[in-house]
Design a protein around this ligand. Structure first.
Ligand SMILES: NC(=O)c1ccc[n+]([C@@H]2O[C@H](COP(=O)([O-])OP(=O)(O)OC[C@H]3O[C@@H](n4cnc5c(N)ncnc54)[C@H](OP(=O)(O)O)[C@@H]3O)[C@@H](O)[C@H]2O)c1
Length: 252
C-alpha cells in the first residue's frame, strides 16, 4: 500500500515581520504550513526565519514594500499560488483632522488600501488559475464608524471592508473564499503609541489563534475580542446623534 504525504499547505502573508502577521506566520508554521512572508524589513524577517531553527524551510521571506506592484508581481512568479493569501500589512498613525495631514492621509491610503490591492492583484491570477484559494483581508473595527484621531486610518479600513464585500461576489464562484478580519485592539508596536485606554486589548498570539479558528468558518467577516467588537457593532448602528454625543462625552 502506498502512503501519500499530505501536501503541505501554503500561505502568503503581507506584514509578516511584526505584530499580528508575525504571530500568525509562526502559528501556521507550528501547524505544519509553509509561509511566504512579505514586508519591508529584511532584518526582522530574517530574525523570524532564524527563530525556526530546525524548520527553516517553512518560512521563506521577501523584503518588499506593498506599494511596489512590480516587485510583488515578480514574487508571484517565483511562488505557486498559495492556499491562503493574508493581506495584513498596514500602518496606523493617530491624527487630528483639525491639522494639515495630507501626506499622512495619502500614506495610509497608499499602504493600507492600495497596498492591499497591489498584493491582491499580484497574487490573484494564480488563485484564479487553480480555481481555489482563500483570501483574508485585514480591516478593523475602525472601519465601522468614524472615531476621534482615526481620520487617516479609519477610512482605509472602511474602504477595505467595502472592497472585500464586493470582491467576494466575483471570487466565490471561482472557488475562492474571501473573509474580512476586523479586530479591536491587539497589543503590537502599532497600538503601543496609543495614549488612551484600549478596551479589550488582546495579546497578539491570542489574536493569531482566533484568526486561525475563524478562517475555517463560513463567516464573511469576523471580529474579536467578542465583547468589544459586539459593543462596537451596536455602537455603529446607533443614530449619529447618540453615538456622537457619547464619543464627545466619554472619549474626547
Ligand atoms: N494592532 C491592532 O490593534 C489592530 C487592530 C485592527 C487591525 N489591525 C491591522 O492589522 C494589521 C497588522 O497590524 P499590527 O498591529 O500587527 O501592526 P505592526 O505590528 O505595526 O505590523 C505591521 C506589519 O506591516 C508591515 N508593513 C507596514 N508597512 C508596509 C509596507 N509599506 N510594505 C510592506 N509591509 C509593510 C510591517 O513590516 P515592515 O515595517 O517590515 O514593512 C509589519 O510587518 C494592520 O493592517 C492593522 O491595521 C491591527
Amino acid at each position: 500500500m502506498k502512503i501519500y504525504k499530505k501536501k503541505q499547505k501554503t500561505a502568503i502573508i503581507t506584514g509578516a515581520s511584526e505584530g499580528i502577521g508575525a504571530a500568525f506566520s509562526k502559528l501556521l508554521i507550528k501547524k505544519g504550513w509553509k509561509v511566504f512572508g512579505i514586508s519591508r524589513s529584511s532584518s526582522k524577517l530574517r530574525a523570524i526565519s532564524k527563530s525556526f531553527q530546525s524548520n527553516k524551510q517553512s518560512f521563506k521571506y521577501f523584503s518588499c514594500d506593498v506599494q511596489d506592484f512590480k516587485k510583488l508581481k515578480s514574487i508571484a512568479k517565483e511562488i505557486e499560488a498559495p492556499d491562503l493569501l493574508f493581506l495584513n500589512a498596514g500602518i496606523y498613525s493617530p491624527v487630528k483632522a483639525s491639522e494639515i495631514n495630507l501626506d499622512l492621509y495619502k500614506k495610509h491610503i497608499n499602504i493600507n488600501y492600495l497596498g492591499v490591492l497591489n498584493s491582491y492583484e499580484a497574487f490573484l491570477p494564480g488563485l484564479i488559475r487553480k480555481q481555489n484559494g482563500h483570501i483574508i483581508i485585514m480591516s478593523s473595527v475602525s472601519g465601522w464608524i468614524g472615531l476621534p484621531k482615526a481620520a487617516a486610518y479609519g477610512p482605509t479600513k472602511a474602504a477595505l471592508r467595502s472592497f472585500a464585500q464586493s470582491a467576494r461576489y466575483d471570487l466565490n464562484p471561482k472557488g475562492i473564499k474571501v473573509q474580512l478580519c476586523s479586530p479591536g485592539f491587539v497589543e503590537t508596536q502599532a497600538t503601543s503609541i496609543n495614549d488612551f485606554y484600549m478596551p479589550g486589548l488582546m495579546n497578539v498570539n491570542e489574536a493569531a489563534n482566533l484568526i486561525f479558528k475563524h478562517m475555517s468558518s463560513n463567516k464573511f467577516e469576523f471580529s474579536f475580542p467578542l465583547s468589544f467588537s459586539l459593543f462596537m457593532k451596536i455602537f455603529s448602528y446607533l443614530p449619529d446623534k447618540i453615538s456622537s454625543y457619547l464619543i464627545k462625552k466619554f472619549i474626547i
